[in-house]
Design a protein. Sequence first.
Length: 185
Amino acid sequence: MNGIGERAGNAPLHTTVMILKELYGITIPGFRYDMLWTLRRKVEEFSGMPVGATEPIIGHNVFSHETGIHTAGITIHPAIYQVIEPESVGGRLRFLFGKHSGAMAIEAVLNRHKEELTAAGVEVTPRLVQVLLRLVKEVREKKAIVSPHLDGVRNYYSHLDRLGLTEEDLLAYALVLGRNDQDPQ
């Protein structure tokens, strides 16, 4: 699962089963395709190895859309940018809002929550959509300035190194345990 394996990994289960299903029409009896995202998370937790956000089928961002053209396409028909339905593998469609966002995505989300907005006295109008679009772009720019992305990358690789023992660790143990193992003749 998750492509985990020694050195470069193994063929990822999620990719293999979905290629069989979507391209060749071969479904595995009893296989819970809808549990692939949940399984991904459990394997990440137990192995300590996260899946890349852009990993096909199970990556955190796979069913996420930000740019105006993508979000417009998704609102017209999801298959324009998503061959696999997110729910079929345990994922969900998400719109991210940032500097590349368009008004259609904001309007789609507001309309999806229209009942609760109306109950709170908020009317979805073109003006509200434009105000929110400007706000989203401003907030995103401010977040980018203070984002600690480089620290995240460093921490990721440091974490991977800490999962196992290094050669240096092994030698240190050998120096301690090897001395205790010697016959005191």
